[in-house]
Design a protein around this ligand. Structure first.
Ligand SMILES: [Zn+2]
Length: 177
């Protein structure tokens, strides 16, 4: 693998005196070290150019397929039960792109973590666009709790949190409505 001059995870300039990134904690590898097979997941380029767009595309295609084409073939219960199929990839992609945006602020020195960067950003956003801002802050609420700087992990945790909330809603609250 070609050595880059920037951190593969967050894009910050690489500090040759350190063993890991000052901003996100990603480990640096020298030319003699073996790079683990899953290291490609640390690559911001792969995340923003492949993983998130692909998941968003899958989610949108599933929505079109389920509600546009096969709608009549499913019962209401089935339609509800298969919600996580499209919901999970869409939330994952959205959280991923948001985490990358926040990571930019971390590298710019505006906040120590993605979570702190989010709190700053959402405050400004809500003050500018109250209604949309509040909706976005509800969707992205788990961001306030993230203390790591790994967007892929954040995207996974965010969609897992929403997935669990969805399950609780559909299994516990919805049937009694
Ligand atoms: Zn980094």
């Amino acid at each position: 693998m070609k050595m880059t001059t920037n951190c593969i995870n967050c894009g910050a300039p690489l500090d040759p005196t350190l063993k890991q990134c000052h901003y996100c904690g990603s480990k640096y590898f020298t030319q003699n070290e073996t790079i683990p097979w899953n290291y490609f997941l640390k690559s911001r380029k792969i995340r923003t150019h492949a993983i998130y767009p692909l998941l968003l595309l899958i989610g949108v295609c599933l929505v079109i397929f389920i509600y546009g084409i096969t709608f009549d073939h499913f019962s209401e219960t089935t339609l509800i039960q298969i919600t996580p199929l499209w919901f999970f990839p869409i939330v994952f992609g959205t959280f991923g792109f948001t985490a990358e945006k926040m990571l930019h602020y971390v590298v710019a020195g505006e906040a120590p973590t993605i979570g702190e960067a989010y709190k700053k950003w959402i405050k400004t956003f809500v003050s500018k666009h109250l209604f949309i801002g509040l909706l976005v802050s509800i969707l992205l609420f788990p961001f306030s709790f993230f203390k790591n700087n790994y967007p892929l992990l954040i995207a996974f945790l965010g969609s897992a949190i929403w997935g669990i909330l969805l399950l609780i809603f559909f299994n516990g609250i919805f049937p009694s409505l």
